[in-house]
Design a protein around this ligand. Sequence first.
Ligand code: J2J
Length: 530
Amino acid sequence: MTEGRVPWSKEFADRYREEGLWQGVPLGDLLRGWAERYGDRTALVAGGRRWSYRELDRRVDRLAAGLHRLGIAAGDRVVVQLPNRPSFVAVVFALLRLGAPPVIAMPAHRFAEIAHFCSFTGAAAYITAERDGSFDNRELAREVQAEVPGLRRVIVDGDPGGFTALSEADADPVPLPSPAAEDLALLLLSGGTTGVPKLVPRTHDDWACSGRAMAEAIPFGAGTVTMVGLPIAHNWTMTHGMLAAFIAGGTLVLAPGLDPESAFPLVEAERVTDVGLVPSMAALWVEEAEWTGHDLSSLRRVAVGGAKLGEEAAKAVEPALGCRLQQMFGMAEGLIGFVRDDDPDELRTVSQGRPASPADEVRVVDEADREVAPGEVGELLARGPYTVRGYYRSPGHDAVAFTPDGFYRTGDLVRILPGGHVVFEGRVKEQINRGGEKVAAEEVQGHLLAHPDVRDVLVVGVPDDVLGERVCACVVPEGEPPSLAGLRDFLTRLGLAAYKLPDRVEAVDELPRTALGKPSRKLMLQRLLG
Ligand code: J2J
């Protein structure tokens, strides 16, 4: 079943199977195997609750049966928007077991994103939490259901407010046929460069392969305790913190956030060994570690990724936290890389790592797709056993985002060191990396153009000491220039997630253009930085 996605060719699929990279076991069955192997070991710790592997497996069975009874069947897509709670893990694995691919949304997403995911995927159901902070997700669900009539069911973790409570999705396990391992397992959110967010179709085989590659190469083992404090809905946190930890029989600690005040006590109490931090968080940990009374000595590695970690900041990590810095890069589309424990010291601070699997293929090319000389900067292309060959239902975009021979054009400018380590040098894609959260400039522009006081607009990323980049809207006004608060309010009312809202607005007389007359973000940024 390859509905909506581009499969690997038979030649590649056969090779990945022969090499044992694709093991032909769907993710729901993998969990059953872990429960048999790891039994009473702790799989998950969150908010005072601890579930063993056996307990997690049992809950997932009951939940899968319950969801099935509520009408969710194999092949249905289900939009899942849950925070860092045990229910996230249970719901995702129950849907994987059912073969009803979850569409993984961020807690911060609002009407614009959720309505799009529901209608674009033809979702049968939307599973969400009662609230996100003070925001009532049930209100959002009502608006989405009015807009997307095909959405049959809304299921709420918490007070359902007229919808179905997640606690109702509980039934004695029934035999359910497993999906095929080569089928679509889940849909991840792409960092995005286009007007509407793209979805990345990952199969059971390929996503399991990425987790296994990570668990083996880091390496994770039974003593591994990962902590996830960034939203677990990110591919990074889901693979590193959850999938790779489970494959190794380790423990996932779900934290509500990563601020040192709440995270350090958890590191101490749960003896956390591995944690993923974006660079801005890493800086905060480095600063606070000196003053904390908490024992952080269980930490073996601090993985820093999602955005570039500066060399100076990198050098500060190990002395302050007393453990290895492990720079890491990756993308929802697939390719993941990280520095290994035994790599030379210098590589740990200057490079973002090397690909997780020996079967990963990378190329660095110039604008004409010619391979650059070794060590030169160019665009990173990636192909491999867990890097997709196309987006979900997007053949038009695939033609530009992938090469004819199946390499994904990452949009990242990199150079590769002699040992295969990748150094990120910039981007060619129209994306803003706001502290690890990705914002597609075109998406925000599209919404801003609907504002009555905006005649034209370019959204650019401006450098920022804390977040790396912030979102700046350069507006050609129609009359009075709109205020920042006015624009943010407008976008919020349209239902755009808060992390995409402009941090700054600049009124300009006209947009700078290239020789071909195309508005240029590069020229605009040069003008802003003066
Ligand atoms: C510079 N840029 C980086 C890094 C990602 C592991 C780790 C991260 C992600 C992720 C992920 C970077 N230095 N260390 O999915 O499994 C930028 C690149 C990349 C984009 C992908 C994983 N690490 N990036 O961040 O899909 O521009 O995945 O193409 O959110 O983040 O973003 P995303």
